[in-house]
Design a protein around this ligand. Sequence first.
Ligand SMILES: Nc1ncnc2c1ncn2[C@@H]1O[C@H](COP(=O)(O)OP(=O)(O)OP(=O)(O)O)[C@@H](O)[C@H]1O
Length: 309
Amino acid sequence: MAVGQGVVLDVEKLRMRYGTTDVLHDVTFQARHGEVLVLLGPNGAGKTTTIEILEGFRMRSAGRVEVLGADPAHGDEAWRARVGVVLQSWRDHGKWRVRELLDYLGAFYAPYSTDRIQRPWDTDELIEAVGLTERANARMKDLSGGQRRRMDVAIGIVGRPEVLFLDEPTAGFDPQARREFHDLVHRLADDHRTTILLTTHDLDEAEKLADRILILAGGRIIADGTADELSRRIAGEAEVSWTNDGQRFVHATAESTKFVHGLFKQYGEAIGDLEVRRASLEDTYMTLVRRFESGQVESEVHTLEEVGR
Ligand SMILES: Nc1ncnc2c1ncn2[C@@H]1O[C@H](COP(=O)(O)OP(=O)(O)OP(=O)(O)O)[C@@H](O)[C@H]1O
């Protein structure tokens, strides 16, 4: 990707040190307009640290970081108005009612409206978008945990941000809330061209949402690519299973189409219950993290974009 072509997040050799411990080592990645990046990694890998540096909440030790063309460490009010943040921990506004709080917070964004982006988001439309219409007049302290989390998302997007950071946004969501949130993320990215960086421990969610997945382990990016690219690179083999005259067979092959063709040629209609299973994102993730933890991955750290060229 050539720098400057719609690049919204540009991170190069980012390092972070707490005391004498390095927790981020040369983290490098970019994201374009409308791209959804999912940051995965074990507990303590450095995801929150990375996201907080990009949000401008934490000062990095070294490296270059640009968000919407500015260094987050020196972002002014106008820059902040274009950035949305959904934090991992919830800030208390117990006595406020849902609609009231969003009206209040939204008003801060009005001066930053442009011809292209009307700020803030219409409060009732926003409340509907996050599925809180029936709770619009409820006080924050009376919301359930999942409803508060929906409210966190609403607060994060009330200013119609061009870039949105979400740290574990769906923790505590029920399956319906999760699905609605996924629809919202797709809408923000597709209709509003919002660039989104989110962290999650839910690999299904990562697969559903991500245009690109970054895997962080021990403060290093150990993989960067689409879910498909990751799975093809890590596990070239697919598992083919079938029955023949009631007996079950399983075979691992790098050329599943050819193998299945041969199977039918040889056995025809005796073949039943055919399944071809590629490595899931979970298989891929576990393989990569284990390889990293056993020290095998150091020399492999490069982006899949580079591999594909
Ligand atoms: N303020 C701090 N001072 C010292 N060390 C810190 C501080 N904040 C985080 N760390 C350490 O930095 C490392 C990365 O933490 P971080 O919270 O970024 O990880 P994470 O990937 O977000 O983890 P999780 O999945 O558990 O949320 C951890 O080893 C953590 O203990």
